[in-house]
Design a protein around this ligand. Structure first.
Ligand code: ASP
Length: 454
């Protein structure tokens, strides 16, 4: 049995949903189909989830909802008409939305979750209706009825352990299950969504719960590439990689899969395949527990901007017991998590995601580190990017860092920070954002086209 998840672009229009149906029909083992809300049909289009966010914002501000609601309904109507479905499904969706808009608004995040999740929920109902209309035995399954229970956190819920047990019953269903992604319910029956992009997580949870032979994640690219194809010309396709490699790559910019989506399938040892709805004959990228990595030490190179550095220096810092703890406590008080802490003898830098900082927070942090820790110098810079070399084969590879450093030297890009995790699956370089594209291309040449540089 396979669990097949179709992302937003795969269900964005009637034409796309027909492709989904053909894929489902092609293999009887595709018994569980997880769907996103309709995504973008073309560059510049608006995703259904964003239309729904506008709708809930208008309702929460007590503004008229007729226009944002009409925008949402127009997308569904276009899809339903294009699929030749009768009026019933449009009525079901409209009634559902009107009911949701009547819900309690005393907690804005909970109300917003309820409205946002309708995108996936109605997408699943619509796709189930279409599959049925073309003669497949398919059935919409509601996450509450199936027992997808989650914790209380709005907008970033996480599945409870018992959800897996409950969902394992889906194995026994004779019909094709069409399951909405992106949300679950608390045990009291309140809806909560996962983070944005969270339909990937639903698919992974279901694949783990039913012990699927494969979790297929259908999107709009043929495979995962070894570097961002918008920066590097014709990067190589990754045929196979490990869960750890995918995790490291998605950390810094490989946005193919939500990063919480790996854990459930990883724990259950279910292989995952990234595939293209628009080109189903392409084999895609397989993500597995182990692979032969003798051929190439580096599997992929990712790059991501939006990092800030809190730089702290203090004479004799290394001898001061508890310095690091007190510094991190200040960050914790501001509800900030950190990414890396490279350190010297009398100084250290804490690297953070910039979106967590505000001007006020920055000021408070700098003042507190100066006054409470009596640091000599404290400042924050916020124009950093991280470049990450990823590969299981990097472990114990002599000369690998030298090769990377040579690539930096050739471009004249300064390395602001180097961090090699103890697993040696990744090597992280902190650089200024302006240097990102230049060094990504040079590192790519070094590790994937060495003949061009040596
Ligand atoms: N529709 C949601 C989003 O746009 C979830 C998803 O597609 O995975 O974030």
């Amino acid at each position: 049995m396979k669990v097949s998840k179709f992302g937003g672009t795969s269900v964005a229009s009637a034409q796309q949903i027909k492709k989904v149906a053909a894929i489902v029909k092609a293999e009887p083992s595709r018994k569980i189909v997880v769907v996103s809300a309709p995504g973008k049909r073309f560059d510049g289009d608006v995703k259904m989830t964003d239309l729904l966010i506008h709708l809930s914002a208008a309702a929460l501000r007590d503004e008229p909802t007729a226009t944002p609601l009409a925008n949402v309904m127009e997308r569904y109507a276009e899809i339903a008409d294009g699929l030749g479905l009768d009026e019933d499904i449009k009525k079901i969706i409209k009634t559902d939305l009107l009911n949701r808009l009547q819900a309690d608004k005393s907690s804005p995040p909970l109300f917003a979750d309820l409205i946002k999740a309708s995108g996936e929920d109605n997408s699943a109902k619509l796709i189930a209706a279409y599959l049925t209309s073309i003669g497949l035995a398919a059935e919409y399954v509601n996450p509450f009825d199936a027992g997808l229970f989650v914790n209380d956190l709005p907008e970033r819920a996480q599945a409870l352990p018992e959800a897996y047990d409950n969902l394992s019953d889906l194995r026994n269903k004779k019909t094709i299950t069409v399951f909405p992604g992106f949300f679950g319910y608390t045990k009291r029956g309140q809806l909560r969504t996962f983070e944005r992009g969270g339909s990937d997580i639903t698919g992974s949870i279901l694949a783990a719960a039913v012990q699927a032979e494969l979790y297929e994640n259908f999107t709009d690219v043929d495979c995962v590439f070894a570097a961002n194809p918008r920066v590097v010309e014709n990067p190589v396709e990754i045929e196979q990689m490990t869960y750890r490699e995918m995790r490291e790559l998605s950390y810094a910019g490989f946005a193919v899969l939500h990063d919480e989506a790996l854990m459930p399938v990883f724990k259950a040892s279910v292989p995952l395949c990234i595939r293209n709805t628009n080109n189903p004959s392409a084999p895609g990228t397989m993500i597995v527990a182990e692979r032969d990595h003798s051929l190439r030490p580096v599997t992929g190179i990712s790059a991501d901007s939006g990092f800030s550095t809190l730089y702290v220096s203090k004479y004799l810092m290394n001898r001061e017991v508890g310095f690091g703890r007190r510094l991190l406590q200040i960050l914790e008080d501001e509800d900030i998590s950190y990414e890396h802490i490279p350190s010297g003898i009398d100084n250290l830098s804490v690297i953070l995601r910039s979106h967590q900082l505000t001007v006020d927070k920055e000021q408070r942090i700098v003042e507190r580190v100066k006054s409470e820790l009596q640091a000599d110098d404290v400042h924050i810079r916020s124009d950093f990017s991280m470049i990450v070399l990823v590969g299981e084969g990097m472990n114990n590879q002599k000369g690998l860092t030298a090769r990377a450093a040579n690539a930096f030297a050739r471009t004249g890009v300064n390395i602001e920070m180097i961090n090699q995790g103890s697993s040696e699956v990744s090597l992280v370089f902190g650089i200024l954002k302006e240097d990102e594209q230049k060094i990504l291309n040079e590192l790519y040449k070094e590790f994937f086209e060495p003949a061009l540089v040596h």
